[in-house]
Ligand binder design. Sequence first.
Ligand code: 3PG
Length: 267
Amino acid sequence: MATRTLVLVRHGEGSWTRENRFCSWVDQPLSADGEAEARRCSRLLAAAGIRFDAAFSSLLTRAIKTAWLILEGVGQAWVPLAHSWRLNERHYGALVGLNRAQLALNHGEEQVKAWRRAYDVRPPPIDEAHPYFDEIHGDRRYASCDVPRGKIPRGESLRDVLERLLPYWEGSIVPELRAGKNVLVSAHGNSVRAIIKHLEGISDADILHLTIPTGVPVVLQLDDELAPVGERRYLGDTAEIAAAIKRIEDQGKAPKGASASPDPRGA
Ligand code: 3PG
């Protein structure tokens, strides 16, 4: 049976990762560690003998740079790289820029987990008064999208992410996979979760438990119908990957001994 390889990568660390803030559609660059993570991805992919024919990324610099570094690192800087806002991170709405641990103190860990991982829970929407509204919604990269500026999301559940992602998946990525090509998608924690949910048929309830580590190639073999063959694989050291997933999950825990603090934006 012929298969093709799909590699999904959640970009590496950005400067807000350390500050534990929701970055979402804010165009924070990769940190030096994030660049090193992308280079490590390329070494893992080269060692696994994986080569690409087509590549896709979101419109956010951290995912684009990750794709560049991976393609350069595997000696394939020539592979065509297409971009779409439809692969962007989930729009975290009014939560953009806020600290997850502080939110857990003020709203409870369960609420933060639901905002981050539940399928159908939308964050409160961003409005014009939000400190990052103009930076995001006024950005010229969204002026030439396939939807008018006014239709760009203002806060998304994972379901919303999957719904806005699917037209690009079906229209641009699926044709490459159907043609038997190996494809790299450099995206974000929640856009990668949405693609995996779609491909593997993960239930709305079970997707709560899927967290994607940063800077780890997630490899799927797909048959002619684009159904996964075998289990998805994470390239790299299993214990390190488990620790990386735990670190991301723990971002939403309230620090012990700290107390809730009122915030003018409801954080
Ligand atoms: C962000 O938007 O900051 C992250 O890329 C995703 O964050 P999450 O792991 O809290 O969903």
